[in-house]
Design a protein around this ligand. Structure first.
Ligand code: ADP
Length: 156
């Protein structure tokens, strides 16, 4: 039997941005399934509750049968093994992201050599977007409609 290519895309998605959506949709052709997973053990204090973020993700990707939404606690590699995923998907904006993601990828590979990390660079015009910037603009009553999917606007 051919093994399904399953990728986990872990993140905070607080909130999900157009750049996250771009990475996910580009990865659809690379994997049989993509599991967008909210990491519950993040050290960041979130703006949006886990339930709200999960609902938003489900709404955005409800038409796409190869995309699932879930949440997990503990190590990402352990979650991957639990669901039979062999790949961790992450995105890159710049050199700072690369340094961070490269270190995580090497540690994950040491923890679990059977799981590969796949890093996709931002598409042109998306590299300046981050959830942090979206939250900052929102805090000062600016418009975020050019940065996030329309489903997100109903919750912010
Ligand atoms: P985390 O809190 O784990 O960093 P995020 O939700 O902030 O989670 O990001 C999830 C992933 O998406 C990370 O790999 C991050 O580098 C990537 N990402 C975020 N914004 C962009 C962007 N504008 N372009 C490409 N990748 C991005």
């Amino acid at each position: 039997m051919i093994q399904k290519r399953i990728a986990v895309f872990p993140g905070s998605f607080d909130p999900i941005t157009n750049a996250h959506v771009d990475i996910i949709l580009r990865a659809v052709s690379l994997f049989d399934e993509i599991h967008i997973t909210l990491a519950l053990n993040s050290s960041k204090t979130p703006l949006l509750s886990i339930e709200t973020r999960q609902t938003m993700l489900e709404e955005i990707f409800k038409g796409n049968r190869s995309i699932r939404v879930a949440s997990y606690t503990g190590l990402t590699v352990n979650y991957c093994k639990e669901i039979g995923a062999s790949y961790i998907l992450r995105g890159l904006r710049n050199a700072a992201d690369f340094d961070f993601e490269n270190a995580i990828a090497q540690n994950n590979r040491q923890l679990e050599p059977t799981i590969e990390t796949i890093l996709l660079p931002a598409s042109p015009g998306f590299g300046h977007i981050s959830s942090t910037i979206v939250r900052d603009i929102l805090k000062h009553q600016g418009s975020i409609k050019h940065l996030v999917p329309k489903e997100v606007l109903n919750y912010m």
